[in-house]
Design a protein around this ligand. Structure first.
Ligand SMILES: NC(=O)C1=CN([C@@H]2O[C@H](COP(=O)(O)OP(=O)(O)OC[C@H]3O[C@@H](n4cnc5c(N)ncnc54)[C@H](OP(=O)(O)O)[C@@H]3O)[C@@H](O)[C@H]2O)C=CC1
Ligand SMILES: O=C(O)[C@@H]1CCC=N1
Length: 274
């Protein structure tokens, strides 16, 4: 298992917003030499700009030779324009790692010279606290060493799942890439429902946040199946059973609603393919 300090040359991050910034923070935290990192971004957010300045990471360097790894973390919609500018910075041995939703291996391969090693991946925002999960697929040009380097970079922000079938990336985007938003929405709506039922709004907000955070942590730490944890809350004919009769309704409960949401997200991921 290579560590980040084993990466031979530079890691060039293109786009240092929410996702790119979180990854960079993870890499530096795990020992990537700031002198071997560089960022291309015309206007990184203030917290990322402070990180770059504080750690001495080069921003928009004019030269430096081809990087070992180019990580692409700009919005998929601007990818053609941005990559047309940065693709010439890659060399024959540069590994390209994309975290862009939708943008396919075929699109990425069309932008870089034939034979370029490309990994397409989809992380999620708990990456910011090292609790993300990334799903990744490699093209045929990626060597074993490059795959281990990509794995080390992606693993700096949480777990990594490699797949062979690229279609799985659109589906993973709909589950884990966008998934944190579904959970945050649950916290928002639980707080609203509590307030609507009569709790003071600030108390409802604290209860909802702590409940979502505590339940997530219980899944993570206990290793117990979510279904069993749910049953552990549910006394026969008690309050939870009354609520779950609504939430587990076969027609209008969480099940069909989430299935529809996941299908919509996967469809959008395919539309963003380019
Ligand atoms: N946010 C998420 O939960 C996830 C995002 N992703 C993917 O990550 C990518 C980035 O998303 P996110 O971090 O949320 O978006 P952000 O908008 O926060 O980050 C994109 C960054 O790229 C910068 N940028 C714009 N133009 C250029 C350019 N020409 N050269 C270099 N950088 C440029 C933007 O600057 P400016 O703001 O000034 O335009 C911004 O700082 C997307 O492709 C998205 O699909 C994947 C999984 C989860
Ligand atoms: O909403 C999006 O398109 C990006 C990809 C997954 C999460 N955020």
């Amino acid at each position: 298992m290579p560590v980040l300090s084993d990466i031979p040359g530079r890691v060039l991050l293109v786009g240092a917003g929410k996702m790119g910034g979180a990854m960079l923070e993870g890499w530096l935290g795990l020992g990537l030499d700031p002198a071997k990192a560089a960022v291309i971004d015309p206007g990184p957010p203030p917290e990322v700009a402070a990180l770059l300045e504080g750690r001495g990471v080069a921003l928009n360097p004019l030269n430096g030779g081809p990087p070992s790894v180019m990580v692409v973390a700009v919005k998929p919609q601007v990818a053609p324009e941005v990559l047309a500018k940065v693709a010439p910075l890659a060399g024959a041995d540069t590994l390209v790692v994309s975290v862009m939703a939708g943008r396919t291996l075929a699109f990425l391969e069309s932008v870089f010279p034939a034979g370029t090693a490309v990994v397409r991946s989809i992380p999620n925002t708990p990456a910011a606290i090292g609790r993300g999960v990334t799903v990744a697929v490699a093209n045929d040009a990626v060597t074993d060493v490059q795959r281990r380097i990509a794995d080390a970079l992606l693993r700096a922000t949480g777990g990594v799942e490699w797949v062979e079938d690229e279609d799985m990336i659109d589906l993973a985007t709909a589950v884990s890439g966008s998934g944190p938003a579904y959970v945050f929405l649950l916290a928002e709506e639980l707080a609203k429902a509590g307030a609507a039922a009569g709790l003071p709004a600030d108390l409802a907000d604290r209860l909802a946040r702590q409940t979502v955070a505590g339940a997530g942590e219980l899944i993570a730490r206990s290793g117990i199946e979510p279904g069993v944890l749910r049953q552990n809350v549910t006394s026969p004919n008690g309050t939870t059973a009354a609520a779950l009769a609504v939430l587990m309704d076969a027609n209008r409960g969480f099940g069909p609603l989430l299935a529809e949401a996941v299908a919509a997200a996967a469809r959008r991921s395919r539309e963003l393919a380019g």
